[in-house]
Design a protein around this ligand. Structure first.
Ligand code: C2E
Ligand code: CA
Ligand code: CA
Length: 678
């Protein structure tokens, strides 16, 4: 720090003598001949110490210092004058306007000592002012107590943080700020540390005047008194509630899924790990459920991601509402959820929950004014039987889920050992399916649809077979859903359509009578933008009349995005193609809903036919479906007819068409030809 000194004397030789003496101490020295010049100097320079003569023309030293003490109170003021002047300045000394009175003539070393001391005094008070400034302006709350813990000083930040004014805090003890969130032992520990080491720091909950608890980071140090004992305590603290919130938020984000606010995979695995430890200790079971939403991808692709997101949120909520508080539901991927049932007694208990979830998803969702239908496939792995580690349990639940999916969706499956081999096989198949089409491994089979009353062939349903070079014949149930998922169903579907049309055309040309060829359409194909063109192209290139082509569409496929589907089916129908509603009875259809679609044929699902002729409920249902179909102007076909009893009853119930192993198996084209000739 530079030291600036101002010397004021009307006698120039005294000025320069002083200057000579004091220069040795390295000050920056300014000089003035009279009081008013000195005041100007003070205005223009930061002067720390002034040494002034008393008797000067115009303004005396004490008059000057009276002025200086008002305007520049920090400047240290020394009068250097004849002893005779002392009485003239004593009044000013008493008022505090003068710090020291030194007499002329002076002793060099004494003068130097006094001036040096004046500078030290200046610097001390400057430092004090700085500390006060820091005390008042710092963001940290500061609280100083005496040895007994009585608050002696607090700063404005203290008030800002705690809400207590200085007046309210002084004289009280820090108990004023105690929060009930903090255990009494904590304070005990704090005092022990303080008395042993003179220091404590850490996080502490405090309470504001308004009753709000908040976390703070605090450091308390003991200041020794002049006897070397702990005399005062200084506590510095900052409010860390915002920082805590940020940390909590980051932690939350790390363990939760942003879209649904459900736990994410990480948190699920943590909880599963903990639950496994518990289960092992208590020798009880736990279950992991892998829940996958069926056809979610189709909805997401066709209705847009916004709707998809909303649907996921609604699905997450529904899933969460189905289970108990102590169960964990997590979202671990796009449309994949997991459920942890941490303590279960018996398998039926898990079945009950899985049932509840499956039926919860059967209820349609209302999203942005649209009714959406979703279903779920669930795989279940149970500890200890199906795995001992989180990874194994989740993997096995996943395999079980895949089995539930391939087995027709909308259901649950418990894990079994054989599923892993199934999963592996699936993976192999998925790779091979890419080659299948190009390698001529796919073969259309044909299954006869017979006129129930007259007993003649009225149509053929095309059912795809895959002749795998290593695995032999593979059924559609093992590869159609695969093809739907990876999109291969689009080229495969178009190819089947062309094959079927070409085959039917050649049969027509040979003169096998009038019949329809029925081709199955999958969900993905319906979503395909160019479907109409693909169908038109198949008809054009093969020359098959449109009225000889029938498209079978599963009821479930139509439920979402209804308006678009109604329009699409009408356009197909307008081409002259016949439309059949496949698997009728397994979905959610109502009569009013069916009326909107231009279906020509209603196909009663095999599951109803299976119960014929003995199961009276099924008889009543099939009867009702046939009557209803006829009322709506549709032909009705029963699929899965396996016995003569079924056939007889269906005839009696006035079913129009029948299809099933009892009439004919699905066969290659070569063999089916024979059936045309009675
Ligand atoms: P779907 O359309 O319901 O086809 C009827 C299924 O029932 C066929 O199984 C058929 O072989 C079988 N079936 C026929 N008669 C009987 C019977 O009397 N008893 C029993 N238990 N079953 C009978 P498949 O061929 O395994 O086909 C399964 C599903 O795969 C079909 O169900 C259809 O949804 C799908 N699929 C087959 N081929 C194609 C195709 O070319 N394209 C598309 N998109 N899907 C296809
Ligand atoms: Ca079908
Ligand atoms: Ca069917």
């Amino acid at each position: 720090m530079q030291r600036n000194l101002l010397l004021v004397d009307d006698e120039t030789n005294i000025q320069s003598a002083m200057r000579r003496t004091l220069k040795r101490d390295g000050y920056t020295i300014y000089c003035a001949d009279n009081g008013s010049d000195a005041l100007k100097m003070l205005l223009n320079h930061k002067i720390h110490v002034i040494v002034s003569d008393q008797r000067m023309p115009g303004m005396t030293g004490s008059e000057l210092f009276g002025e200086v003490s008002q305007r520049f109170p920090e400047t240290i003021r020394i009068v250097l004058s004849g002893y005779a002047d002392f009485s003239a300045v004593s009044d000013a000394i008493n008022r505090g306007a003068i710090y020291k009175f030194l007499t002329k003539p002076w002793d060099d070393s004494l003068l130097r000592g006094h001036v040096l001391e004046a500078f030290q005094r200046y610097e001390l008070s400057w430092r004090n002012r700085q500390l006060t400034e820091i005390f008042n302006s710092t963001m940290e709350g500061i609280m100083i107590t005496d040895q007994a813990g009585i608050i002696q000083a607090v700063n404005p930040a203290f008030t800002a943080i705690t809400g207590y004014s200085k007046k309210e805090a002084l004289g009280r003890t820090p108990r004023l700020l105690r929060s009930r969130k903090e255990a009494p032992e904590r304070y005990h520990e704090m005092w022990q540390n303080l008395s042993a080491q003179g220091l404590w720091q850490g996080e502490l909950w405090n309470r504001r005047k308004n009753g709000e608890d908040y976390p703070q980071w605090m450091s308390i140090s003991a200041l020794p008194n002049d006897e070397g004992e702990q005399g005062q305590y200084v506590a510095l603290f900052i409010d860390i509630s915002e920082q805590k919130e940020r940390e909590a938020c980051i932690e939350y984000q790390a363990y939760h899924d942003a879209l649904t606010a459900l736990p994410n995979r990480r948190l699920f695995q943590d909880r599963l790990e903990q639950a496994l430890v518990q289960a092992e200790r208590n020798a009880c079971s736990l279950a992991v459920l892998f829940v996958d939403l069926d056809r979610f991808k189709v909805i997401n692709d066709s209705l847009g991601h916004d709707m998809g997101d909303q649907l996921l949120q609604a699905a997450a909520k529904r899933l969460n509402d189905t289970v108990r508080q102590e169960d964990t539901v997590a979202r671990i991927g796009g449309d994949e959820f997991t459920v942890l049932l941490p303590s279960i007694k018996k398998r039926p208990a898990v079945e009950k929950i899985a049932d509840k979830i499956v039926s919860a998803f059967r209820r349609p969702f209302e999203i942005a004014g649209q009714t959406l239908h979703l279903s779920s496939s669930i795989g279940i792995a149970v500890f200890p039987g199906d795995g001992e580690t989180p990874e194994r349990l989740m993997k096995n639940a996943d395999s079980a889920m895949y089995c539930a999916k391939t087995a027709g969706r909308n259901d649950y499956r418990f894990y079994s050992q054989s599923m892993n081999t199934d999963a592996k096989r699936r993976l192999i198949l998925e790779n091979d399916l890419h080659e299948a089409l190009a390698g001529n491994e796919l073969i259309p089979f044909y299954q006869v649809q017979q006129d129930a009353q007259r007993g003649v062939v009225s149509g053929m349903e095309v059912l795809l077979r895959w002749h795998h070079p290593q695995h032999g014949a593979i059924m559609p149930s093992d590869f159609i859903s695969l093809a739907e998922e990876n999109g291969l169903i689009i080229p495969i579907g178009s190819w089947v359509l062309e094959q079927a049309c070409a085959q039917a055309k050649s049969w027509l040309d040979i003169g096998y009578g009038d019949f329809t060829v029925a081709v199955n359409l999958s969900a993905r194909q319906l979503q395909q933008p160019g479907l109409l063109k693909v169908v038109q192209h198949a008809l054009d290139t093969t020359g098959l009349p449109a009225r000889n082509l029938e498209l079978e569409i599963t009821e479930n496929l139509l439920l979402n995005d209804t308006e678009r589907n109604i329009a699409l089916l009408h356009r197909l129908h307008d081409l002259g193609i016949r439309l059949a509603l496949d698997d009728f009875g397994t979905g959610y259809s109502s009569l009013s809903y069916l009326k909107k679609f231009p279906f020509d044929v209603l196909k009663i699902d095999q599951s109803f036919v299976r119960g014929l002729p003995d199961n009276q409920d099924d008889v009543a249902l099939v009867d009702a479906i046939i009557t209803m179909g006829h009322k709506l102007g549709m032909k009705v076909i029963a699929e899965g007819v396996e016995t003569s009893g079924q056939l007889t009853l269906l005839r009696r119930l006035a079913c129009d068409l029948v299809q099933g192993y009892f009439i004919s198996l699905p066969l290659p084209a070569m063999e089916v030809e024979k059936l045309f000739k009675p």
